[in-house]
Design a binder for this molecule. Structure first.
Ligand code: 2AM
Ligand code: CA
Length: 270
């Protein structure tokens, strides 16, 4: 493990301390665009902290983050270093003090994932990966599962911002339910990807995620032997919002769910 990834892990751990200190204080909850799309003062504070801290680790890196107006992939971002941060992934869970919610830090180099760190402060789980170096949970090497779909649990999600998206996503959930041992939803995309990376579930599907929702966990899953595509089975652009079909080593995405592209087409918000 290189010095750089250890420093990024340390930054995530410190972000986790800020998050753990939050409960009992005023979270100053605001609703962003859409139905259930919250931000708290901790999302903003932790992102500010991370930008400052990560700048010290890779001084010439750019930043993309969910909060504080850093949420657009701009021309030039595909060149050089770019940190992709979600200070709290699973904010609605965080507000309700219900695990999981995580801090995620992706580091892209020339438009492709180079490193990823996902830290779950409640359970003190640190997931990390560097390209070509394998994936780790609390320092131990992890691998995605070799089990077929029929012997797996699957994860899915549908953010609260659109009831239309939720209703369409229910069709995907129903198809999975009939093909695997059960479908679960945790409320944190990055955590779901880490559950697939560590062999706990067969994969994770969600219709529209921000880059900060999948950049870190996506590399961790790939380094654990899994695969990331969009709902049409195409490689991800790693540039912005996308549908995400993440599968472990034992499952081919196109076998897992041949109709995901069809269901995505039914939604005009993709
Ligand atoms: P968040 O908690 O950082 O907002 C839940 O299904 C997942 O979707 C979470 O990882 C959540 O991240 C994400 N999510 C919530 N609102 C979203 C939006 N408007 N666009 C894309 N992803 C969203
Ligand atoms: Ca977030």
């Amino acid at each position: 493990m290189t010095d750089m990834i250890q420093q990024i892990e340390q930054a995530a751990r410190e972000a986790g301390e800020i998050i753990r200190s939050a409960h009992g204080s005023d979270l100053q909850i605001e609703n962003k665009e859409g139905r259930v799309n919250f931000v708290t003062v901790y999302d903003k504070r932790v992102q500010e902290f991370l930008v400052e801290r990560l700048r010290g680790i890779v001084p010439d890196a750019g930043f993309l983050g969910e909060e504080n107006g850093l949420d657009l992939f701009r021309p030039g971002d595909e060149e050089g270093w770019l940190f992709v941060i979600d200070p709290i992934d699973g904010t609605t869970n965080f507000i309700h003090n219900m695990h999981p919610y995580v801090t995620s830090i992706g580091l892209m180099k020339d438009g492709v994932p180079y490193a990823g760190v996902v830290y779950a402060p409640v359970t003190d789980q640190m997931f990390s990966a560097e390209r070509g170096q394998g994936a780790y949970e609390n320092g131990r090497r992890i691998y995605s599962s070799n089990a077929p779909l029929a012997d797996s649990i699957m994860l899915t999600g549908s953010a609260g911002f659109s009831m239309e998206a939720f209703r369409i996503a229910q069709n995907v959930t129903a198809e999975f339910q009939s093909r695997c041992q059960g479908v679960r939803t945790t409320g944190s995309a990055e955590y779901n990807l880490c559950m697939a990376a560590s062999g706990r579930c067969g994969g994770y599907f969600e219709m529209r995620l921000g880059l900060w929702d999948y950049a870190a966990g996506g590399l961790i899953l790939e380094e654990a032997g899994g695969r990331m595509t969009d709902y049409y089975g195409r490689p991800l652009s790693w540039r912005g919002p996308s549908s995400v079909a993440a599968v472990s080593a034992g499952i081919a995405a196109e076998d897992a769910l041949p109709d995901t592209g069809f269901w995505l087409d039914q939604w005009n918000g993709r």
